[in-house]
Every structure is written in C-alpha cells, then in structure tokens.
Design a protein around this ligand. Structure first.
Ligand code: ADP
Ligand code: MG
Length: 277
C-alpha cells in the first residue's frame, strides 16, 4: 500500500469544494468535496450514472460541451481557481483529461493522434520530449505509428488516448474508466502504466467502476452515489470496509459456518462475484 504523503495546503494539488453540477434541470453532483494531493493517485469509485464523468468534466472545463455547468462550489489546482476557466486554460495549467470510451481519431494515424495531443504542449522542445517518453511508455505506439488508430485493439486505443494526453506534458491526468471493456490482462497493463505515469511525477485522478483495480493504485478513494460522496478515506481502509467489499468488490462477508450435508462444517469463503475484469 502506498503511504500517503500529506503536504502543506500551500502545495496543494487539486481541491474540489462543495461542488454542484447540473445539466439543465438535471442535478448531477451536489456538495462534492475532494482532494488530490500533488504526486498522488486518488480514485473515485461509483456505478453507472453516479456522476464520475461529470466530476472530471467539471475539473477539465468541458462541462459546457455537454450542456452542463457548475452551479455551486469551486475547483482549484496548485493554489489557483480552475472553475470557470476555459478548457484550453485548464490544459495550459497542466490538467489534462482522458475522456471515457478511449476516443481516438480513428481515421488518423497513431502518429497524427499523438501530434494532435502535442497542441497542448508548452513548446516544441517539450513536445519532442513528451513524444519520446510516450513512446518509451508504449512501445507498441512506435511500432504502429503509421497505422490508422481505428485499426488498433481496444487496449492499444486506450494506450493511444493516454499517450495523446501525455503529449501535453500534464502535471495532472484525469482518467475516466481507462479499463472499461478491456480484457483482464490488458486492464492490468493499463494499471501498470498508470502507476508508471504517477512514478514519473504526474498526479492522477482516476475514475473507475473497477474498484479492485482502482483501490490497488490509489492512496485515497472516494465513493460517489447519485452525485454525492458517500464514503471516502485511505484506499486500504476502503478496500477493507464491509460496505465497499459488498457493493463495489462483490465480496460477500463470510457466512457463519453451517453444517454440511455429511454433518461436516462448511465454511463459505468470500468469493469475487460482481467484479470481473
Ligand atoms: N449531457 C448530459 N445531459 C443530461 N444529463 C446528463 C448528461 N451527462 C450525464 N448526465 C446525467 O448526470 C448523471 C451523472 O452522469 P455521469 O457523470 O456520466 O455518471 P458516471 O460517469 O458516473 O456514469 C446521470 O444521471 C446522467 O444521466
Ligand atoms: Mg462516466
């Protein structure tokens, strides 16, 4: 388990306070507060429709593209305000989102996709450095540089989507369900990559339905339900909590020992039921 490194407030990463977001009449988030200290990985768990993507959109300044808006509260990063800023201003501050559904430009080549990501880079030299580090992280993208992105496998497309975001040289990466729909082995590779990206110094806010994966990566986690934070704490504590185990990890609490057919005691073992890949 990662040991969380508490930093003084002046060195703050992402700070979300009492955030409310609506899409027209639909209230999608309310009273959401969360912290992502610099250098950490923090996870947000929750089922479909809980408000996870909405939270990331509120941070990245992309709500307006979904006809949504912040109606209360604020978002700060590195000590200054992000809420209200244009998407390009948020990117310029080093906060970059990888949207859900691993959207890549399908008809463009891998190389062209990466170049599009470099538009957010501060200058050419840092773009060249970012490219090298992205290709080192994902050698398969170098091998497929001239191929159309639409021909890549799902896992490779996710790598490209993450690689494209990294081209902007982000200080903070917002990842929206990067393992959704991937085979377990590919999901594990993406998890390793997230670990590596964080080890290289990028702060990560990771949104996942795959609670087991997210809790293995994060130091802290928040659970969203119907637009509100219902649980939060150190990832290890959440992973051990009965409620999270039952609802998000699909682990039933051990059933009391019952006599078996032959009279021998049969202990029900905790089983992974709902969580698969
Ligand atoms: N563009 C939109 N217009 C209206 N309602 C939306 C829109 N996007 C999301 N919602 C609603 O906001 C709530 C949260 O959605 P979302 O943030 O996508 O959840 P999650 O990412 O956790 O699945 C849901 O009730 C969803 O129906
Ligand atoms: Mg979502």
């Amino acid at each position: 388990m990662d040991v969380h490194d508490p930093r003084p407030p002046g060195d703050s990463g992402l700070v979300v306070r009492d955030l409310a977001v609506s899409y027209g009449p639909v209230l999608a988030l309310r009273g959401v507060s969360l912290d992502v200290p610099r250098g950490s990985v923090v996870a947000v768990l929750g089922g479909n429709g809980a408000g996870k993507s909405t939270l990331l959109r509120a941070v990245s300044g992309t709500l307006r593209f979904h006809r949504g808006g912040i109606t209360a509260g604020e978002v700060g990063f590195g000590g200054t305000r992000l809420s209200g800023a244009a998407t390009s201003a948020v990117v310029a501050r080093g906060v970059v989102q990888v949207p859900e559904g691993r959207r890549v430009f399908a008809r463009m080549t891998v190389e062209e996709n990466l170049r599009a990501g470099a538009l957010g880079a501060p200058d050419r030299r840092s773009a060249a450095e970012a490219r090298e580090s992205v290709l080192a992280l994902f050698p398969v993208l170098a091998e497929r540089a001239g191929q159309r992105a639409g021909l890549l496998s799902g896992g490779e497309q996710q790598m490209l989507a993450i690689g494209r975001a990294l081209m902007a040289g982000p200080r903070m990466l917002l990842l929206d369900e990067p393992t959704l729909g991937l085979a377990p082995m590919m999901a594990a590779r993406i998890a390793d990559t997230v670990r590596e990206i964080n080890a290289r110094g990028t702060t990560v806010l990771l949104v996942e339905q795959n609670a087991a994966m997210a809790l293995s990566l994060a130091s802290h986690a928040y659970v969203l339900e119907v637009g509100e934070v219902v649980l939060s704490g150190p990832a290890a504590e959440l992973a051990a909590s009965d409620e999270v185990r039952r609802r998000y990890l699909g682990i039933e609490d051990p059933v009391p020992v019952v006599p078996g057919a032959a009279g021998s005691p049969v202990a029900a073992r905790p089983a992974l039921a709902r969580w698969s890949a």
